[in-house]
Every structure is written in C-alpha cells, then in structure tokens.
Design a protein around this ligand. Structure first.
Ligand code: SF4
Length: 160
C-alpha cells in the first residue's frame, strides 16, 4: 500500500512503480480526500492528518490487522516497537516483522536478495517522506533528522 500524499518525490513514484513491476506486486495507492494546497506551510499536523492519517484510517476500515515496516532503530520513539501489538488508534492487530532488525541486518538482507535501493538514499536521504518536509542529512546524523527538520515534529501520526 502506498499513501499518495500528493507530495511524494518523483523518485518515490519511480521506485514504487519499478518495484511493483519487477516483483509483480499488487500495489494499492491510497489517495487523500483533499486537493493539493499549502497547508504543509502553515499546519503540518493538519496536513499529515488529511494526507496520511485519514486515508490510512479509511484504507484499514474493516481490517483486523495491518503490517508495517517500523524498526526499533528508526528513532527513540520507536525503540519499544513490538513485533506484534495492539494498534490502539484503530483497535486492530499491528504486525511489525522488522521491529528488531538493525541497519546491518537490513543491509545484509538487501544485498543477499539483490534488492534495489530508493534513488534518493545515496543522495543523503536515509528517511524519505514528502518533498516539502524531507531534507538530506549529513552522514552519521540521526536518519530521521531530515524529516520536518527545524520543527519539533518527528512522526506523521500513523504510528501511536
Ligand atoms: S509530511 Fe509534510 S507534506 Fe506530507 S502530509 Fe505531512 S505535513 Fe503534509
């Protein structure tokens, strides 16, 4: 599932479509119920809610579980991520199969399976969201420090 916030990098679209083609994925694109606007310049919480939280809520309606790519090493706020837990926000099961994976685990898996990497990863983007809210980071910096850089916001609200 891909949340189309209307502000994804062109490279993200290219990467998603390439993966879907090469691995015969059933890529489902979820769109927001709003038109493009400048809300991200004034209220990132409201923008993330309209373009991420509400669309995912809609997509998961009637489901009993969902699977994420969360890892404990992503950020301090994700350090206690369980492999299987209860999604309090949606009252369904939340499965995080990569929760315990380290960066080394991830790199080894990508190399062993010959998986491609997002084209922005080698250009200083270890964590990639919407283009207005994602900046490249220096090598060795917190991988998520480029997300909403300069603000106190660290999560979009999908994971609570
Ligand atoms: S990351 Fe930025 S542009 Fe994307 S939904 Fe959130 S506030 Fe809007």
């Amino acid at each position: 599932m891909l949340l189309d916030t209307q502000y994804l990098f062109a490279e993200t679209w290219w990467f998603a479509r390439t993966l879907a083609r090469d691995f015969a994925l059933n890529l489902q694109v979820i769109e927001p119920n709003v038109e493009p606007d400048d809300l991200w310049q004034r209220d990132v919480e409201a923008c993330c809610h309209a373009r991420k939280v509400e669309p995912l809520q809609r997509a998961l309606a009637g489901r009993t579980a969902w699977v994420t790519g969360l890892r404990r090493v992503d950020s301090p706020s994700r350090a206690a991520t369980p492999v299987v837990g209860h999604d309090l926000l949606r009252d369904i099961v939340k499965i995080n199969p990569l929760a315990a994976w380290t960066d080394a685990d991830m790199a080894a898996y990508v190399e062993r399976e010959g998986l491609p990497e997002h084209p922005l990863a080698s250009r200083g983007y270890p964590s990639i969201g919407c283009w207005p809210c994602t900046r490249p980071v220096e090598a060795g910096a917190d991988p998520r420090s480029g997300r909403w850089a300069g603000s106190a916001k660290t999560e979009c609200g999908l994971h609570r």
